[in-house]
Design a protein around this ligand. Structure first.
Ligand code: BES
Ligand code: MN
Ligand code: ZN
Length: 506
């Protein structure tokens, strides 16, 4: 596989790859004849020149020649290519690598593009549709010793992404809190990760009022899964919290049919957390990570919670549930409180939380909100470094009043305008001051706490909230490394964040 760029004079090959100059010239000569333009996402198969030990030569478009060849552009081009090469067993990629980051991007892209979800096909995937099963990346100018690490890291990260995609794509008839928890237990087997599952009895015992309320409309009870990865060398403790609504019907505040179609993907945050923790353990990232999967099915029924019910989140704060479709924040509130109790140095939650995220940033870009601007920027930077797209969003303290309730500490729905930010503000109420800080975690203390991370006296634990409502599930066409359906978004970014905390501290 070779990379092509489009130039004013026409398409041309990028100058890397172990290709004899005569062949290169011949291929370049016929690019236009083959209809190759070099446009981003373009993938063309041509007969391989006889001298090459290959059946086909693949040309993958890198876009305009003046654009830099970056990790993301290489990842996309490699992914688009392998995605379009189903049916070929092995693919050799001769793209411009040259440094470790680019080599890693090509390897990752190629593997990310080799994905197919066929669990529910009654006939086995025909050979022509089978994803590429082996990729060879031609690398120049990268230290041999580094290469092994690059290959392992790419494989670990991509299988984590693939498992997150599989979980999202799995029918909600098969993936519900109990089976999701069982999957977590199974997936952690053999790794230095302890998995604790709180079932409905343990949740009642522990006063997890959010999970219980959201789960009580379903015949399939909620679970809270705790993952503990505690390497010896760790100096920091990161908590990761994922929204795991295995199906979001809206509850009694029922969604319209169209709005429900893709709601099996409402557990993508939990899928990302599970796989980020397991990947970090596989890669032996020297950071303690506690992962929390807040799992429930949001269903309407005679036992479902009602709009206007007042519930008590773990830790004692009360919430008036005016809309049962704003359920993610209720299960996350319990899990955030539980996460804070373990005294982490930083907390990140990730959730398909609001339709407003999709309106604001679309399906490609995740939103990052935080009680600490510096920490928010580090989450965005980790995403950038991982080749994923994220953008900082504010948590305006002025909007907190829209969450006021006439009967409880707060309501679960705030202003519709800026609904993503209101949801973030709701969550910020459940992030406690660090262990040992003065004051109690009562409603008063929390109400005084501004979302900029302080109330002037008690700084909060650095916390970031990532809304992946749009990017977690691709309802359009496949593009770059992104398949249709579950995308596995942010698995790589979360691992990158853990690595960054290990490298640079908080
Ligand atoms: N799971 C949805 C958010 C969502 C919408 C994710 C579209 C992916 C695509 C969430 O539970 C929800 O229903 N949010 C409501 C909140 C509202 C009732 C305040 C929303 O965004 O409409
Ligand atoms: Mn909902
Ligand atoms: Zn939801």
């Amino acid at each position: 596989m070779l990379a092509v760029v489009s130039d004013t004079q026409g398409p041309r090959l990028l100058p890397q790859g172990p290709l004899p100059p005569q062949i290169r010239a011949a291929v370049e000569e016929s690019l236009e004849t083959f209809g190759v333009t070099g446009a981003t996402g373009e993938v063309t198969r041509v007969p391989a020149p006889q001298q090459l030990q290959a059946r086909v030569l693949v040309l993958t478009g890198m876009g305009p020649a003046q654009d830099d060849v970056t990790g993301p552009s290489l990842r996309r081009a490699a992914g688009a290519a392998t995605r379009n090469l189903s049916g070929l067993d092995t693919v050799a990629l001769a793209l411009p690598t040259g440094d470790a980051d680019r080599a890693a991007a090509v390897a990752e892209g190629a593997l990310l593009g080799s994905y197919r979800f066929d669990r529910y096909r009654s006939v086995p995937t025909p050979a022509a549709k089978r994803p590429v099963s082996a990729v060879t990346v031609c690398v120049e100018g990268v230290d041999e010793a580094l290469l092994e690490g690059i290959v392992t890291r790419s494989q670990v990260l991509v299988s984590a992404v693939h498992d997150a995609r599989d979980l999202v794509n799995t029918s909600p008839a098969d993936l519900y809190p109990e089976t999701f928890a069982a999957h977590a237990v199974e997936a952690a087997r053999g790794l230095p990760v302890d998995v604790t599952v709180l079932d409905e009895n343990a949740l009642a015992e522990g006063a997890y009022g959010g999970l219980i309320a959201v789960g009580m409309g379903s015949a399939r009870p909620p679970r809270l899964v705790r993952l503990d990865y505690c390497p010896q060398a760790a100096r920091l403790h990161l908590a990761l919290v994922g929204k795991g609504i295995t199906f979001d019907s809206g509850g009694l505040s029922l969604k319209p049919a169209k709005g429900m179609e893709n709601m099996k993907s409402d557990m993508a945050g939990a899928a990302a957390v599970l796989n980020a923790v397991l990947a970090a353990a596989r890669l032996q990232v020297p950071v303690r990570i506690t992962g929390w999967l807040a799992l429930a099915e949001n269903m309407p029924s005679g036992t479902a919670q009602r709009p206007s019910d007042v519930i008590t989140i773990r830790g004692g704060k009360t919430v008036e549930v005016t809309n049962t479709d704003a359920e993610g924040r209720l299960v996350l509130a319990d899990a955030l409180v539980a996460a804070c109790e373990t005294g982490p140095d930083a907390i990140v939650d990730i959730a398909t939380l609001t339709g407003a995220q999709v309106v604001a940033l679309g399906n490609l870009i995740s939103a990052v909100m935080a009680n600490d601007d510096a920490f928010r920027d580090r989450v965005c930077e980790a995403a950038r470094a991982a080749g994923e797209r994220a953008w900082p969003m504010p948590l305006p303290p002025e909007m907190r009043a829209s969450l006021d309730s006439s009967v409880a500490d707060l309501g679960n729905v705030g202003d519709r305008a800026g609904g993503m930010l209101a949801a973030g503000l709701f969550l910020s109420e459940f992030v406690a001051p660090p262990a040992g800080a003065e004051g109690t975690a009562g409603a008063e203390g929390a109400a005084a706490q501004a979302p900029d991370g302080s109330d002037g006296e008690r700084p909060s634990i650095p916390w970031a909230h990532i809304d992946i409502a749009g990017p977690s599930y691709n309802t359009g066409k496949a593009h770059g490394c992104t398949p249709v359906g579950g995308t596995g978004v942010f698995v790589r970014s979360l691992v990158r964040l853990a690595e960054d905390l290990a490298d640079r501290g908080l």
